[in-house]
Design a protein around this ligand. Structure first.
Ligand SMILES: Cc1ncc(COP(=O)(O)O)c(C=O)c1O
Length: 398
């Protein structure tokens, strides 16, 4: 054995940074977006955000709070009036009896995911989730040196489907957490209520934590006001944390405000992790959050109606293109479709951008299961959808 063979393999990269961190791939969505930013006449449907700014009544609440001097540190788990308002909001939607002790306000849904996973996952622990999936959901366990197993969502005659028995079978002895993102990014899949019940029973019996990412809860197009949720199952007898956010429902992506609904018994631990990660959400942002919850229902309903029209338009246009297969889905604000004959959708998305000015997200960004697919965010005005679809049609006919 040579001297160099005997040296232990370093967990650090040449620049001194942990391999687990260095090995996380850069966002493929941003790779496409960076190519297009600064160009004129681009129709960007790559990111997951509404094309409208936050409504004025919410913006004004933040301005008023700033004018009143709301510029100081705040409690780690959020200000009491916002925690109370979030409990009332949950109770109204789900008929639950949450109170502020169930609520931790966070600096975005993403921060909520980080806090939830930090509190549960250790190095080597396994988390089981579905795929294709929003890449950050898999990257956080990687930062924590945990291991992720994915179970595929499959596109069938009835749209995207999860075989719940296959999912449960994938949760072996080392499984510490399950993560369900429904309504789902990127597919739009919505987990049926009966599967949620089955999963809660399984996870509770096995002592596995269930993290439910419900940031798209209000974006459902089957006539309901809210998607089936894990919130009603949150109690000190179950191990469930539900992640939510102001980003998607109230067009507040840039504000960075979210929350966790969790058993009261874990609040003190979430409080510590909030302190170590971000200390607290900004006070004036939280004031805006209260107004969004108390006066924002009309906005939520009108946004849903607007996205519903855009959704109908994009479905119709994509179904008219004979090389496209679009499985049905009832939630979120994405069309996730396959283009016949195209496997490398990163190159496809770049060429489409450069030749037609249409910005879409490559399916590989959502894991190996996303390969061959393209994601388009339809939370935009209908004329933009038509412009994007005209460009895609021209591109496919070349
Ligand atoms: C599935 C999912 N979860 C969480 C988030 C985080 O949202 P935010 O951090 O803006 O609250 C996103 C954003 O795209 C998402 O798609």
């Amino acid at each position: 054995m040579s001297v160099s063979d005997a040296r232990p393999v370093s967990p650090f990269a040449a620049n001194g940074i942990r391999h687990d961190v260095r090995d996380i791939g850069a966002s493929l969505i941003r790779e496409v977006a960076h190519l297009g930013m600064g160009r004129e006449n681009i129709v960007p449907l790559w990111f997951g955000e509404p094309d409208q700014p936050t409504p004025e009544f919410i913006r004004k609440a933040a301005i008023a709070a700033l004018e009143a001097g709301d510029t100081f540190y705040q409690p780690n788990r959020g200000i009491t009036p916002l925690r109370d308002a979030l409990a009332v909001y949950g109770n109204r939607l789900y008929g639950t009896s949450l109170d502020r002790e169930n609520i931790t306000v966070t600096v975005s849904g993403l921060n909520a995911l980080m806090i939830a996973m930090q509190s549960i996952l250790r190095a080597g622990d396994r988390m089981v989730t579905t795929a294709p999936i929003w890449p950050n959901i898999v990257a956080i366990p990687q930062v924590l040196e945990a291991v992720v197993t994915t179970v595929p969502l499959r596109a069938g005659d009835n749209g995207w489907q999860l075989d719940i028995d296959e999912f449960i079978a994938a949760c072996g002895p080392g499984t510490r957490a399950i993560l369900i993102n429904s309504p789902n990014n990127p597919t739009g899949w919505v987990m049926p209520a009966e599967d949620q019940k089955k999963l809660v029973e399984f996870a509770t019996e096995r002592g596995i934590w269930l993290i439910a990412d419900e940031v798209y809860a209000r974006l459902i197009y089957d006539g309901s006001d809210v998607a089936p949720s894990f919130v009603p199952y949150v109690s000190d007898d179950t191990r469930i944390m539900v992640i939510n956010s102001f980003s998607k429902s109230w067009a507040m992506t840039g504000w960075r405000l979210g929350w966790i609904t969790a058993p009261k018994g874990v609040g003190a631990e979430l409080e510590k992790l909030m302190e170590f990660n971000v200390s607290c959400p900004a006070g004036f942002v939280q004031q805006a959050g209260i107004v969004a919850l108390e006066q924002g229902e009309d906005f939520v309903a009108s946004s849903r109606a607007r996205y519903s029209l855009a959704r109908a338009a994009i479905i119709e246009r994509l179904r008219d293109m004979n090389r496209i297969q679009l499985p049905e889905a009832d939630g979120a604000f994405y069309a996730f479709f396959r283009v016949d004959g195209v496997e490398d959708t990163l190159s496809f998305a770049k060429e489409l951008l450069l030749s037609e000015g249409i910005g879409l997200a490559p399916g590989e960004a959502f894991g190996a299961e996303g390969a061959g697919h393209i994601r388009a965010c339809y939370a935009v005005a209908e004329d933009r959808i038509h412009k994007a679809m005209d460009g895609l049609t021209r591109f496919l006919m070349r």
